[in-house]
Design a protein around this ligand. Sequence first.
Ligand code: FE2
Ligand code: FE2
Length: 219
Amino acid sequence: MPPDYKKLYEIVCDLYSDTDHFYYGQWDETFYTLRVFETCKMLIKRTRNKIEEEIILTAAIFHDIGKTKLDTEKKIKNEWDTHPNYGAEITRKILRKQGYSNGFVEKVVYLVKHHDNRPGKVEMVRSSELKILQDADLLADMGIASFVRPFLYSGKNKRKTIDNVNYIKTTRSHDGGISKENLYRLNLKSSKRLAIKFIKESDRLNNKIFKMTQSELVE
Ligand SMILES: [Fe+2]
Ligand SMILES: [Fe+2]
């Protein structure tokens, strides 16, 4: 029987709902978790390697759960890199409690623990499963999601919409920190192709809203 993804998603959403920072606005993990899960599916479809799909999709649901331990501005700023380790612990506890086998649990925990150890940051041998999760995590933040994110931020931080549009103009890219120049952070060729497509998508949307807000009233 495949894992009960919906139930696991509900469990992590419950944990996020107890936080101040990861339940709404620009860091709404109930949204990003769903997007990473679905983006993993896109990459799984495109791979020719033999992979353990259930491990990847379960890890997608849990990968950022460690952020629930960093629910203050200070911790977010200073301890961000600890979230995969916290996440590994929380994931192990929940999956064991849900009755998953030890072998299954440890494979998922491994992906959660290393999801942030990307090319360019850490040198390591990556399994096909880890490559997919790492890439999906970045891709999920690109395209339409990256267009929306600054607006979520502006709402949460009471920044005016027009000011927000002007802010977007001053930044090169919101695509999860990915621009065409730093595609090296992605593992797979298929991810790079998708990233280029997504960057075009957000560029198009941004250009549209730049035009929409051009007015003598704000010149
Ligand atoms: Fe993360
Ligand atoms: Fe993530």
